[in-house]
Design a protein around this ligand. Structure first.
Ligand SMILES: NC(=O)C1=CN([C@@H]2O[C@H](COP(=O)(O)OP(=O)(O)OC[C@H]3O[C@@H](n4cnc5c(N)ncnc54)[C@H](OP(=O)(O)O)[C@@H]3O)[C@@H](O)[C@H]2O)C=CC1
Ligand SMILES: O=C1O[C@H](COP(=O)(O)O)[C@@H](O)[C@H](O)[C@H]1O
Length: 501
């Protein structure tokens, strides 16, 4: 879908006063504007409950923008952009609010020549996704009166809280928007290095040739965070790490790492291959959940030198909460390429460092040469570093220079953002632009969501039913999580590679 241009549109952000809008969406728009990538005819309308004028709304967005963009903040860009940002206050349940919005949109179309093109971005808690879509339709905001232009909906995650609720939600959405106009966002897919996984695999014969169970010993997908629950207690208590990270970001990373080469780079060809991976995931029967899934929750500890509270002591969290803030599991893909290769996945909050990596550990060669003299050699490992450093790192064995006959591991290190710090576009920049272009390749198709929930539901159901694992294991903040996560690999004679390489 390369070559599509972003076209004129009004972006309506439901949840305009929320955290995502101020920390991610507005900074992304600022950066796009600074690069001259926004369409010339463009406007933004934020919707929330707070009583704010347009001026107050713009002013409130500024501190988070400054923090997110840092020294790249351009006063002239923000001045131009904010002139096109407006605010409307209403409760999502209130029909009248939608009618007022419709009138305002018609005026905005005329003033900014946006041709009836609208993007409805649902930056709201998941329980509002269905309500908003139904009310948009009922109040004539999807097919505008003149019938001109297109209307697209962007839906944040998590898409439902299990397969059943996701299906209900999807029915509501598809009754109003076509699949082509439905953009289920997963911001991980907008990250530079995640887009690079397919390039690395399918543009380099060296990697593609060994990307299978003949050569790969195991794959580790790790997304560790130092932040805690922050101010999202209400949401996180419902989601936990399972729904917040595994159902979407981490299973997406797994599909990109495990998929077959698509027949072409078209949106549907890529999505078809990703779905096949999800369909090939080995079922997690209750006994396997008990053995292969580790569930943790952070206790008090130290992060970056400072003392931090336990999850159960955080604002808005129940002192007896059983929500997991850490998850580690072993996943198997039952297809010809991956049979016998475990994929270990882990994610957690309040861990020692922030890092997202895909680590491919290769098998050892037969122990015929070198091993007698040198002992077991270090494995070849390939680390795809997604963040905070972006790049690819390969560890292989080499002879030490000179008379010393010993063999030691050496590193080839490609750092994508070392020389160009902050040069990679933020994920939301890429994804917002794709919505304006109408390119859904980096968004999830319904069947991807469906199969992800099928997989995740097995875990949630067992947790709900099995007393042995209905409570998460505590771990001290600032560590790598519960010891059981290490034991999960130790049992297979393996260990986690340190995040960040
Ligand atoms: N924050 C993040 O980093 C990320 C968030 N997401 C997803 O984005 C979505 C939004 O998250 P986030 O921004 O953190 O949430 P917040 O709680 O910060 O914001 C919620 C927004 O919804 C508005 N709102 C809530 N209820 C109503 C209502 N009845 N009527 C009108 N407005 C209402 C709030 O308005 P007001 O405050 O004025 O009442 C506020 O603007 C969620 O689905 C989340 O999972 C995804 C990835 C990252
Ligand atoms: O979607 C989410 O992602 C963030 C982590 O995103 P990253 O881009 O910083 O890796 C996570 O903190 C949050 O809980 C979750 O909702």
């Amino acid at each position: 879908m390369a070559g599509l241009q972003p076209v004129e549109a009004v972006l309506v952000i439901f949840g305009g006063t929320g955290d995502l809008t101020s920390r991610k969406l507005i900074p992304a728009l600022h950066n796009l504007k600074a690069k001259d990538s926004l369409p010339q005819h463009f406007a933004v309308i934020g919707v929330g409950r707070r009583q704010l004028s347009d001026q107050e709304f713009r002013k409130n967005l500024y501190p988070a923008l400054r923090q997110a963009v840092g020294e790249n903040l351009r006063a002239d860009t923000w001045a131009e952009l904010q002139e096109r940002i407006f605010y409307r206050r209403f409760d999502f349940q209130d029909e009248r609010g939608y009618r007022v919005l419709r009138e305002f949109l018609e005026q905005t179309d005329a003033a900014y020549q946006t041709g009836g093109n609208r993007i409805y971005y649902l930056a709201v808690a998941p329980e509002y996704f269905g309500v908003i879509v139904e009310k948009l339709y009922a109040n004539g905001l999807v097919r505008n009166r003149s019938g001109q232009g297109w209307q697209r909906v962007v839906i944040e995650k998590p898409f439902g809280r299990d397969l059943a609720t996701a299906r209900v939600l999807n029915r509501k959405i598809t009754a109003v928007f076509s699949e082509k106009n439905t953009f289920r966002i997963d911001h991980y897919l907008g990250k530079e290095m995640i887009q690079n996984i397919m390039v690395l695999r399918f543009a380099n014969p060296l990697f593609e040739a060994v990307w299978n169970n003949k050569y790969v010993d195991n794959v580790q997908i790790s997304a560790t965070e130092t932040v805690g629950v922050e101010n999202r207690a209400g949401y996180y208590e419902q989601a936990g790490a399972l729904r917040d990270m595994l159902q979407n970001h981490l299973l997406q990373l797994l599909t990109l790492t495990g998929m077959e080469p698509p027949v072409s780079l078209t949106t549907e060809a890529v999505r078809d291959e990703k779905v096949k991976v999800l369909r090939s995931l080995r079922a997690l029967a209750p006994e396997r959940v008990a053995g292969d899934v580790v569930r943790g929750q952070y206790g008090p500890g130290r992060i970056e030198g400072g003392q931090v509270a336990a999850y159960r002591e955080e604002k808005g969290i129940s002192p007896s909460s059983d929500t997991e803030t850490f998850l580690a599991l072993k996943v198997e893909i039952d297809n010809f390429r991956w049979a016998g290769v475990p994929f270990y996945i882990r994610t957690g909050k309040r861990l020692r460092a922030k890092s997202t990596d895909v680590i491919v550990q290769f098998k050892a060669l037969p122990p015929i040469l070198y091993v007698k003299e040198h002992g077991e050699l270090e494995p070849n490992i390939l680390i795809i570093r997604i963040q905070p450093k972006e790049g690819v790192y390969f560890q292989f064995n080499a002879k030490k220079p000179g008379m010393d006959p010993s063999i030691s591991p050496v590193k080839m290190d490609f750092c994508q953002n070392c020389d160009f710090e902050n040069n990679s576009p933020e994920a939301y920049e890429k994804l917002l632009l794709d919505v304006m272009r109408g390119d859904p390749t980096l968004f999830t198709r319904w069947d991807e969501v469906e199969y992800s929930w099928k997989f995740v539901d097995q875990i949630a159901q067992t947790w709900g039913e099995d007393q042995r694992i209905s409570s998460p294991v505590p771990y001290p903040a600032g560590t790598w999580g519960p010891a059981a996560a290490g034991e999960l690999l130790a049992r297979d004679g393996r260990a986690w590679w340190s995040p960040g390489g």
